[in-house]
Design a protein around this ligand. Structure first.
Ligand code: ADP
Length: 384
């Protein structure tokens, strides 16, 4: 029996429950609120924010290994625990270059991986000439703590950039070191790959998927994406290079852009299980959650292959402030043939909040039929 500490108690930790039970693993969660989804499935909970390293010291006493469902931790404080022998998987050194989006871009570039053109705002001597080099639209990003598109802004001209920067700094003094500026990639599609690496250094990758974002938030995932075998091989090679270079133990999600010219660029790395891998719970022999627990517990990795021709995953995002549990919509969605509904049990709905997801298994790999099913789900879920 292994006890795994999980920093963060959201839906990603909650979705580890079935896998934990299957593997005979107990989960101990560090999360601030009694209402967080994973509290109900945890053997024990340490109630504290994810960046509270004193709480993580308590967590460490209760388990054999610590992993992350949320990477916004205080690495410096945790490194003291690591020096005292606390086992973090992935290791803290694997997270260190990734938590700041500018450092992450630099790390990927230095590894020789393809990334969009980018600058740190603090480095930009002449902002105007640099941004003219990138051209408009450009993308302004908060370097830290961005998720679900929070902190990502598409900038259409210089005036908008100046306005955005002064708006962002109204309440605090202007700190350009908080921002990254990059080229807008006119992608044809967005892709993602989930990859896992074991303690022994074995790597497995899941099928490359298409992700569809609206207002920078993931709405749908189609697995597998129809791209050329060379593109699949290129993306798998990116995953291998990255996970080997960081000596990752566990799951990573890698988000990519596919240009109209067929060129692949890496957008972002998630050092944990990822929304783009949720289809694996119902569609793959080994889910990303089981795979992650296998890796961090030092078990051999499982088979990541699809058990069906394809799958489409649709996020159920909040669209109002409410305490409803949406029984009627959930019931209708669950009636769709081959549909698997996952409801995170959050007590409060807010616009954009991820409340659940549904995966529908497909008999073919037809993008059009996947889109029709996604549309059916969304027309049940979202009010007219
Ligand atoms: P987050 O960390 O908040 O998920 P991302 O950097 O992944 O932020 O951006 C969210 C979405 O914004 C992406 O999925 C994509 O649709 C869009 N986006 C981000 N960066 C760019 C870019 N350089 N060019 C075009 N679109 C972008």
């Amino acid at each position: 029996m292994k006890r795994v500490g999980v920093i963060g108690g959201g839906q990603l930790a909650w979705m580890m429950a079935d896998a934990a039970q299957k593997l005979g693993v107990e989960l101990v969660v560090q999360t601030p609120s009694v209402h967080d989804p994973a509290v109900s499935i945890a053997q024990e909970t340490v109630f504290a924010p994810v960046d509270d390293a004193i709480a993580t010291e308590i967590l460490a006493q209760k388990c054999d290994v610590i992993t992350f469902e949320n990477e916004f931790v205080n690495l410096q404080a945790l490194s003291v625990l690591a020096q005292q022998g606390v086992c973090f998987r992935p290791r803290l050194e694997a997270l260190a270059p990734l938590l700041d989006k500018y450092h992450q871009r630099c790390y990927l570039r230095d590894l020789g991986l393809p990334v969009p053109q980018f600058f740190a705002l603090e480095e930009v001597g002449n902002l105007k000439s640099k941004i003219e080099y990138l051209g408009f639209p450009a993308v302004l990003k908060s370097r830290r703590h961005g998720y679900d598109g929070q902190g990502t802004f598409i900038i259409k001209d210089f005036a908008t950039l100046e306005q955005k920067l002064s708006y962002e700094t109204k309440t605090k003094p202007l700190n350009k070191s908080l921002f990254l500026l990059e080229e807008f990639v006119p992608f044809e599609r967005e892709l993602a790959i989930i990859a896992a690496r074991s303690v022994e250094g074995e790597i497995v990758t899941y099928p490359v998927v298409e992700t569809q974002q609206e207002q920078q938030v993931c709405r749908r995932v189609i697995a597998p994406v129809q791209i050329t075998p060379n593109q699949v091989a290129e993306i798998q090679a990116i995953a291998h290079t990255l996970l080997n270079s960081l000596e990752v133990v566990g799951i990573f999600g890698i988000e990519l852009f596919l240009g109209a010219n067929g060129k692949v660029l890496v957008n972002e790395i998630a050092p944990r299980t990822h929304n783009s891998g949720h289809f694996s719970i119902d569609a793959c022999e080994t889910s990303q959650f089981e795979q992650h627990l296998r890796a961090v517990c030092g078990l051999p990795l499982g088979n990541p292959a699809l058990q069906c021709a394809g799958a489409v995953m649709v996020n159920l995002l909040g669209y109002e402030n409410s305490h409803s549990d949406y029984q009627s919509q959930r019931h209708q969605i669950a009636e769709i043939p081959q549909a698997h509904l996952h409801w995170y049990g959050k007590t409060e709905s807010r616009p954009g909040r991820k409340l659940g997801h549904v995966t529908v298994l497909l008999e073919n790999q037809n993008r059009e039929s996947a889109s029709v099913i996604a549309h059916t789900i969304e027309s049940i879920w979202y009010p007219k």
